[in-house]
Design a protein around this ligand. Structure first.
Ligand code: DAH
Length: 344
């Protein structure tokens, strides 16, 4: 029995000497130390031994078990240590490495221009209003002196939802909504930025959805010179102190008289170039004195009150300011385009 035990020890130590991996070590642990292993098997046979032999063989068996266990434990410790070291090496952080830059977002150029225009008018005492994009025919046309079948409705091809509801074709309905809300109160001094919709074919300068900013001032004694001074102040803050304006007679059903407003071309400072078609001027907005009928329909007595209004296309202003040649760039969200506005 003693020989069997010693042979077993020999065998176990030899196998342990060849162990390379933790699973192999575990296999050996199970094989020799487990309940069904040879050591347990031998010890079970001890009952057949004489009373003198039993403690001696018991001692040998314990020694064999202890010897095998010791080698297993030391191997286990070595594996544990190697694993810890490998993990530490893998998790090492080099605090001296430069950081990975987090990509920085930017305000969309249209939002930027809207904010800039808002800032300028807020600085002149205006408040910023909003109105619905799905609008009633009444506010979009009728209350702006554009009755049904008025030929000027053709200027703004519309997306109708029902006979009486459409996507607003301009921000002018907010004029009416604001005056109605103020119930004859003055001063009315608002601007209104927002999206508008027209049945246009998209190309480099047209889009079926674009952005406008509307302006409206109503009070006693508002004159055309107030409109002119306000717009001059605006364009000089927007495009630079040297900018001048030119007002050309025009027609809008909701203003009388009406004027289209040009600014000195910022590409050539007015000397004439491709952008301004050699005229030195660029059209940027429509404007005029609020039509007495519009005031009346909104609850203001045109004998007592007068006002001016204007409306401009934000895309056009952004295109002129940044030299953008295709309106579609604003909507396709190509990062190569948008990234150019991170620092402007
Ligand atoms: N609503 C006009 C358009 O979309 C622009 C406009 C012209 C607005 C004259 C005004 C204005 O307030 O007075 O074509």
């Amino acid at each position: 029995m003693r020989d069997k035990l010693l042979a077993l020890k020999e065998e176990a130590l030899r196998e342990l000497g060849q162990v390379q991996t933790l699973p192999e070590l575990n296999d050996i642990r199970v094989k020799y130390m487990g309940k069904k292993g040879p050591l347990t098997e031998i010890l079970r046979g001890m009952g057949a031994l004489s009373a003198e032999e039993r403690p001696i063989i018991g001692q040998v068996a314990n020694d064999v078990r202890a010897a095998i266990e010791e080698v297993i434990n030391s191997k286990q410790a070595r594996f544990d240590k190697a694993e810890t070291e490998a993990r530490l090496a893998a998790e090492t952080i080099d605090v001296t490495l430069p950081g990975r830059p987090a990509p920085q977002g930017a305000v969309h150029p249209l939002s930027k221009v809207i904010q800039e225009i808002e800032d300028i008018f807020v600085g002149m005492g205006y408040t910023v209003e909003e109105g619905p994009e799905v609008e009633q025919d009444y506010y979009n046309f009728e209350a702006l002196n554009l009755p049904k079948n008025h030929p000027a409705r053709d200027m703004q091809d519309s997306f109708y939802i029902t006979d009486e509801v459409l996507m607003r074709t301009h921000t002018s309905p907010v004029q009416v909504r604001t005056m109605q809300r103020l119930k004859g109160g003055v001063p009315v001094k608002i601007i209104c930025p927002g999206k508008v919709y027209r049945r246009d074919d998209d190309d480099a300068t047209h889009s079926h959805q674009f952005t406008q900013i509307e302006g409206l001032v109503v009070d006693k004694h508002i004159r055309m010179s107030d409109l002119k001074g306000t717009l001059l102040q605006f364009v000089q803050e927007m495009f630079g102190k040297q900018t001048r304006i030119r007002m050309r007679p025009s027609f809008f059903p909701f203003t009388e008289p009406s004027a289209e407003v040009d600014v000195t071309c910022m590409m050539c400072s007015g000397s004439g170039c491709r952008v301004c078609k050699q005229t030195g001027w660029l059209e940027i907005l429509g404007s005029g004195m609020v039509h007495p009928r519009v005031l009346e329909m909104a609850g203001y007595d045109p004998q007592e009150y007068s006002g001016f209004a204007f409306g401009m296309g934000v895309e056009r202003i952004a295109m002129l300011k940044y030299g953008i040649d295709d309106i579609r760039h604003f909507y396709t969200n190509d990062l190569r385009f948008l990234k150019q506005f991170v620092h402007v």
